[in-house]
Design a protein around this ligand. Structure first.
Ligand code: SAM
Ligand code: SF4
Length: 367
């Protein structure tokens, strides 16, 4: 499969101008001024929020079955309902044309999608300010280096426990040592912005918080603690009872380290803190205890091509229909994306009693 160069998006006129620039250097200066003064298209919703961050799910499949994310016995989507890699690249290109600066590839487990490196290579040419992936790390021992070479800039790696048995119990199928090797492989490959993601659950991994912090400090990687969200119906624990709020996690960490609020904007949902004696940042993603909706700059696209305007609401637009109905030109696709912004709700309404509020699981949502 060759994704590169295929149907590359070119806003009207710019392609011709660029071609001319190669042959007519004097004109180049004039045209550059012309391009610089062109207004950049922006995706803006009804509440004045600019959307410049897209999470693209590349598969609903996964080699793990984390208890908070999936049922043990999952049925995955049939192939014809899943976007092809070319369709995902086309979506990415059009989001970039509409002002997207940050793309995260996710899933399911993005590294189990066949030919994922082709997609990474293609999206890596779009000039993004930030190009990242969220992964469970199991495939990183063999893939980290290729991902880095393909142009991926940052990795978020999920790690819920440092105890092999607990890790297995949480992921149902995962092998801790493989993921630890994956983290080392990512560091060796030269990834700089590595971040660990830990979903904290009382009675499962809350007592491991200090060890996870020490691990992050030792490996010199950031770590974020996430409150479990009520996405999809699970049977292994009561989400209400297992909820460990970010405030509780911070209290535990403060017994060992001072936490100083970081001043820089993370550009994502996490609020960051620093420890006085380390470069490592500690983040908190708190959908329950600290609603981050007012600064939300994100949308998600599921692997079926459903544009989700909010993690905690069902508002969506079927972009697969537009992609497949208009295979040659992109104007209808861009129109659909721009119009969809009017559907972005002001906020989510997760409650902390553990009731399911959204029927789709996180692997379908694109975390
Ligand atoms: N498979 C990859 C991974 O695990 O990193 C990427 C997809 S996963 C759905 C993305 C992130 O969502 C992971 O960090 C995972 O821990 C988190 N997640 C999944 N289900 C969740 C839930 N119900 N509440 C909070 N976080 C969840
Ligand atoms: Fe797979 Fe990630 Fe969901 Fe775990 S959280 S089951 S690794 S998609």
């Amino acid at each position: 499969m060759a994704l590169q160069g295929r149907g590359r998006y070119s806003p009207r006129g710019i392609g011709i101008r660029r071609a001319l620039c190669h042959t007519w250097p004097k004109l180049m200066v004039i045209l550059q001024q012309d391009l610089a003064s062109m207004p950049q298209t922006r995706l803006t919703d009804r509440f004045g929020r600019t959307v410049n961050y897209v999470r693209l799910s590349v598969t609903d499949r996964c080699d793990f079955r984390c208890v908070y994310c999936m049922a043990e016995d999952m049925t995955f989507l049939p192939r014809q309902q899943v976007l092809t890699l070319e369709e995902i690249a086309r979506l990415a290109r059009n989001f970039v044309a509409l002002g997207t600066e940050k793309i995260r590839l996710t899933g399911g487990e993005p590294l189990v999608r066949r030919d994922i490196l082709e997609l990474v290579r293609e999206v890596g040419t779009y000039g993004l300010r930030d190009f990242a992936m969220t992964t469970n790390g199991s495939q990183l021992p063999t893939m980290a280096e290729s991902l880095r070479k393909a142009g991926l800039q940052r990795l978020n790696i999920s790690l819920d426990s440092l105890d092999a048995d607990k890790f297995r119990a949480i992921t149902r199928t995962g092998n801790l040592s493989q993921v630890l090797d994956g983290i080392d492989a990512a560091r060796d490959a030269g990834f700089r912005g590595i971040k660990l993601n830990t979903v904290v659950m009382k009675g499962r991994n809350d007592e491991e918080i200090p060890e996870l912090i020490e691990f992050a400090r030792q490996k010199q990687v950031d770590i974020s603690f996430i409150e479990e969200m009520p996405l999809g119906e699970i049977s292994e624990h009561d989400r209400g009872l297992a909820l460990c709020t970010s405030e509780e996690v911070r209290d535990i960490i403060r017994r060992h380290h001072e936490l100083i609020p970081a001043t820089e904007d993370s550009g994502g949902p996490a609020r960051y803190f620093r420890m006085p004696d380390s470069e490592v940042r500690v983040g908190f993603i708190s959908p329950h205890s600290h609603n981050f909706c007012s600064t939300c700059n994100r949308v998600r696209v599921t692997v079926e091509g459903r544009l989700l305007l909010c993690l905690g609401n069902e508002h969506s637009v079927d972009l697969r229909r537009v992609l497949r109905g208009h295979p040659v030109t992109d104007d209808k696709l861009q129109e659909a994306i721009i119009k969809a912004m009017d559907l972005k709700p002001e906020r989510h309404h997760f409650s902390s009693n553990g009731d399911v509020q959204i029927l789709r699981f996180m692997n379908m949502t694109g975390g």
